[in-house]
Design a protein around this ligand. Sequence first.
Ligand code: COA
Length: 257
Amino acid sequence: MRQLASPQVAMDFFEHIREDINTVFERDPAARSRLEVFLCYPGLWAVWYHRLSHALWTLKLTLLARIVSQIARFFTGVDIHPAALLGRRLFIDHATGVVIGETAIVGSDVTIYQGVTLGGTGKGQGKRHPTVCDGVFIGNNANVLGDITVGQNSRVGAGSVVLSDVPPNSTVVGVPAHIVYRGGQRVLITDPHDIKDPLSDALIALAARVEELEKYSIGLNQRKLHTEPFAAEEAERSAYREELDRLRDYVSMGEGI
Ligand SMILES: CC(C)(COP(=O)(O)OP(=O)(O)OC[C@H]1O[C@@H](n2cnc3c(N)ncnc32)[C@H](O)[C@@H]1OP(=O)(O)O)[C@@H](O)C(=O)NCCC(=O)NCCS
């Protein structure tokens, strides 16, 4: 039985490696050949190291698994906890600085750039890292924090900090991240209540005050129009009279010369 299983395992192993290399070749326009991908993509090596460390982790060889993941970190700059669950065809581009926490789950066909953290918020135990669904793209130096879900085929902008669930087929950007595209449609924030930011309360108060002042100013203008219907014309006429008087003085001075 074991003899029968071995060739299959070996085939799966090489099949996965071929699939990983093809994935990078298809997604990175800078890749010139499959040999180059095999030799020069530390993000790929990180995924392969993780397969080994994860296998050791599931065999309860936890210390050995951690050692392998630290060796991987040394050589690739990618720190993936051995318990993290990674799907197929994960592409970690540029590798350096990527951190994937213990309870993170990453689906298939996910692309992650350098500096991305799939981390915890520092609060709580148990499932405390994100779930990233299939086809997600995460731009460089983005932080996705806590037990949240990034929905299928969504995109996280470079440098964003994602603190809440992202619906499928959406694009989120900013700190903290907010949705700018959903289902291909641009999402514009017009209500300050929709801004999730430490300054939100101040913005909401400011918007309310501006609205109040606008109403007050409209009321004032209407009252003035009502009580003095010809005020504007009268002001124009008196300005004209003053100008005429000034010119008359000037002309009378000229007559004496
Ligand atoms: C998020 C991203 C995928 C969106 O791309 P897109 O669909 O072309 O989006 P747009 O350029 O139309 O941007 C939509 C809005 O979000 C803003 N925005 C886009 N990316 C942003 C980011 N990373 N941070 C903050 N705001 C961002 C834009 O300024 C624009 O706002 P505006 O319309 O008010 O000016 C892209 O901007 C991004 O961040 N890609 C990551 C690239 C990366 O990591 N490269 C690493 C190479 S080594």
